[in-house]
Design a protein around this ligand. Sequence first.
Ligand code: XMP
Length: 508
Amino acid sequence: KILILDFGGQYSQLIARRIREFNVYSVIKAHNISLAEIKEIDPAAIILSGGPDSVTLAGAPGVNQGIFELQIPIMGICYGMQLMAQLLEGGVVEKAEHGEYGKANLEIFSGREIFKDIDSNTQVWMSHGDHVKQLPDGFERIAQTDLTETAAMADFERDFYGLQFHPEVNHTLEGKTMLHNFLFKIVKAQASWNMADYINEEIEAIRNQVGKGKVICGLSGGVDSAVASAIVHKAIGDQLTCIFVDHGLLRKGEAKQVRRTFGEEFNIPLIYVDARERFLDKLSGVSEPEEKRKIIGEEFIKVFDEEAEKLENVRYLVQGTIYSDVIESGGTEKSATIKSHHNVGGLPDEMNLELVEPLHFLFKDEVRKIGEVLGLPEEIVWRQPFPGPGLAIRIIGNVDKAKLNILRNADAIIQEEIRDAGLYKEIWQSFAVLPDLRSVGVMGDERTYGYPIILRAVNSDDAMTADWARLPYELMQSISNRIVNQVAEVNRVVYDITSKPPGTIEWE
Ligand code: XMP
């Protein structure tokens, strides 16, 4: 078991994720847990994470000095390395004249196991304002960059390692090799842990949290809420009731599929709420995107709340929050509101329900793996992300039944074609947008005056940035033909070739 002590760094969860990828078990704890607790965990090694503070300032987060007496390998990353230098005899940390941020070339001159199989010059990712000025006793410098003399240090005797850069991020090209070396060459960890173990631990944790209490969940049809509900159901069976609010803004066939999968195949008590008219009424005449989001978000909460109130003694609410939601909603860093995602942060505080968030620390691909292990159907597990406000933000301007139908039909053709071309999993999102304008065309000698459909398909890792997908021409051809021929109101198809930034993925 690897213990990660968290100093509030942006990438702490990423360290855990990397370790999971190597099938090694890890736990993250706050930096200030007691030595007794650490001994209880009995880790094979400790990793000290990065963090936003400066060890040179009073009140900076520390760690129990006793960890250095446990006779286990310790790796300090960024802040973790500086803390190590400061706490160990002889080390000095000070504010660097120039911070170092972004890519840097690491020049390795020693390192033995930790840098095994790595070129002596390799790109790393830096993000620090302080640096280690003087090494603690027993340490040697093992690598440098142009700006940082001690970019890595080691005490090979005690197996203490300090890395000023971040091995856990992709921009450190050999970062995975370094972590692999640490785990398997130095710690000699066992690669025996897997997602099934994760599920079992989660199930234990859910049972401990809720006891005999009643739990509700909201299903949206998306992979996160589906996997969260499935795992909670596995843990506590019929103590869980799911509520599925059909706001009428879903894609073709989605509502049916949710009801079939959860209600019939998984046998989860499921309340289906047909709120389609209600949402349409509220949205009538509204064209401003944020206004739409607000209405949908508020209405969703109202409907959900009404249904939840009918159930008695509910104490817990399942949320499919995943780690990127936590980051994106400013959980770990400050960020400007570009769009107010309504399903992040979710339901109102006054519901007074305690949250159950079994996926809180997982990344999207890990959530999918768990979904597969739990036996959820491929269409749900591999579903592309879909915004909470649904098709309402893919219809530019007013939303009404007729437009929803046009968009749904065009979108279904796109989904089908992308799947048939074998690209569905590879592409981050592919969908149709219906703008608020019409143009002239000609069909069978007749003038037409109809809507265009905008085809949007993007590649992305995390939705923060995205690039338009280079779809094969034949595929675009066939999408265009089918939409124009099969969706009566549409006479033109255009392709959006804008990346994010400067565009966003959705049009609203
Ligand atoms: P943008 O359009 O901001 O989208 O590039 C980034 C990702 O977020 C999804 N998205 C939303 N998801 N509620 C959501 O739950 C929303 O209001 C919302 N707006 C955008 C979008 O589909 C993409 O995956």
